[in-house]
Each structure stands twice: as structure tokens, then as C-alpha cells.
Design a binder for this molecule. Sequence first.
Ligand code: SF4
Length: 354
Amino acid sequence: MKDIKENKTVKQLIDKLEKQKMLTKDEWVQVFTGWTEDDRGYAAQKARQISEAVFGKKVYIRGIVEFSNVCRNDCYYCGIRCSNSNANRYRLTDEEILSCCDEGYGYGFRTFVLQSGEDIKAFSPERVAEIVRRIKKAHPDCAVTLSLGELERDALVLLKQAGVDRYLLRHETANKEHYRKLHPEDMSFEHRMKCLETIKELGYQTGAGMMIGSPYQTAQCLADDMVFLGSFKPHMIGIGPFLPHKDTPFRDEPKGDYELTLFVLSLCRIMLPRVLLPATTALGTIRPNGREQGVLSGANVIMPNLSPTEVRKKYMLYDGKICTEDQSSECRLCVQARMKRIGYEVEISRGDYK
Ligand code: SF4
């Protein structure tokens, strides 16, 4: 149990964050070492008020199409890392990707998120650009988000010109030593951060984010993440608990802390009131009502799966991922019902950052 003085101090820091939209690194460390469940509730209440003031009791939906689980990288935490020979690899055809979007459009999705491993050999920037042009032609009122990992500037320019609106690239950790413990030597912290800067500079609505409770993560690492997010000011932040995958070096590591994940969501909302903040699938995996609690802690986006049911189980970044058996129509209705139960409505719109 933390003493009363310490509780009060964390609340005071939350108040300061609300007023000044930033804390120092030392203050963030204090928050992450001293917080209690009571502080989390305090932050969630503020975050919910802010979210409702900006977005109303509305939640944006984005349909995710996971079009390839082939990846050239070997991140230690990821179930589709290249050295996992148990992964059952697949690639959707261009027609299959388009038909997922067509189907999604009928269910009211106005944003499509095309996501894959770093599969640049099969899905060159030129090929993805053509897919995006075709989606935009068929559905001019929709936004397209890409989440394809790190790309060079030329590729990002090409894709922007093809009409891509948003790009998600979780930074995963803003602490260089921590980054080294999560990734093999041939991956570069500097390259990832540079890539994020380029994405933002080119005018994409830019998404960063990190796992909560990834192996070796400390209060210092989380403080670095919050300082980074506060200065980079992404338009979207993807945050979910770390969940281990059985075919990775981190298979025996404990799951990330559910309450801490909710707390960080609330802190992000308080720091960046207009940020687009998903209640992630990982949050719904760690707890059956995790996404609802995410929304009640300040999240305002849900990203149901539009991938064909036959491939969903193959896009297994972590064990136990939910919604792998459902049809897209079921996911859509399920999300709507879940939001209704907590007094929120699903909004049919692109849901741009404003
Ligand atoms: S986290 Fe992304 S880049 Fe790393 S192995 Fe998985 S899919 Fe590839």
C-alpha cells in the first residue's frame, strides 16, 4: 500500500499534466513508480471527461485488413517474426484486399487499415500504391491507413501521392537500451525514429505507440515513452499490453499489466486531448471487457478485423488473440453492442484527426 502523501503527489502530477500538457521525465518516473488504483480511477475520470468534450460519446471504427503475415524482421516479441518456422504464412491477393474493403464499406467502415509484416519483396511500395488508388477510386469518401513497418522516404512519398491518409508505426519504446533488448542487432532504433519523423513531415496523420509491460520495461522506459509522445505529438497512439507468443524468446515472460495499460491510455488522453486513441485488440484479449474499459479510460477508436476468417488465426502476433473465428459482420455488430452497453455510439465517418 502506498501512503496517502504519495497518492496525493501522483494526483497532483495528473492535475499538472492536465494544465500544462507535459511532465518532466523525473515526474513521469514518479507517476509510474508511485501510482495506485485510486490514482488510476482519478486519471480515467479526467480522461473520459476530456474525451467526451472533444468527441462526444462516440467511438470511431476502423476496419483492419491484415494482408500478409510475412516479415523480414525478427522482433523478439512477435509471433510472425521471420525465424518462427511454425507460422503458417499467407499473402492476400490484391483482389482479396479490395473485396475486404468493399465488404467493410457495406458495414459502415470509412477507414481501412492495411496492415502487414515488413513484406516489401512481395508488396513493393508501387504495388501497395496501386492497391490504395483502387480503394480510393471505389470508395472516395474513405480514409486509408497503412501499417507496413519501416519504409524509406521515397516509398513514403510515393504512397502519400497515391492517397494514403495515415500511417501507423509504433515506436515500441523510446528508450534506446530497451529497444536493443527487444530487437535483434540488424534493427535500428535511430532508423525507426527517423522513419516516424519522415512520416509526420510528409503530412500523414501519424501514429506511434508502445506495448505496456514488454520485457525489461521499467518506469524509466515508460517515462521516456511519455516524454517522447508529449514532444512528438502523434495524431494517433496505439497502446496495448504486452502478450507473449509461444514461438518467441519471450514465451515465458509475464503479460503486461492490464490496469497500467488503462492508466497509460488515460494519461495519453489527458496529455493530448485530441489524439486518436484505440482501445486495442490486445486490451480486449487480456480482459473480456478490456476494450470497453479502454473507452471508459479515454480511448475513442476501435479497430475491428476485416480480414478473411480463413487467415485471421495466422496473423497471430501474440497468443490468444480474440475475434479470429468471427465474420467481419459479426465483429462490427459485436463492437456496436459493446459500445452501446457502456453508453457510447459507433460513428460512421472517416474519423480524421482535427
Ligand atoms: S513486430 Fe512487425 S516488424 Fe517486428 S517481426 Fe512482427 S511484424 Fe515484423
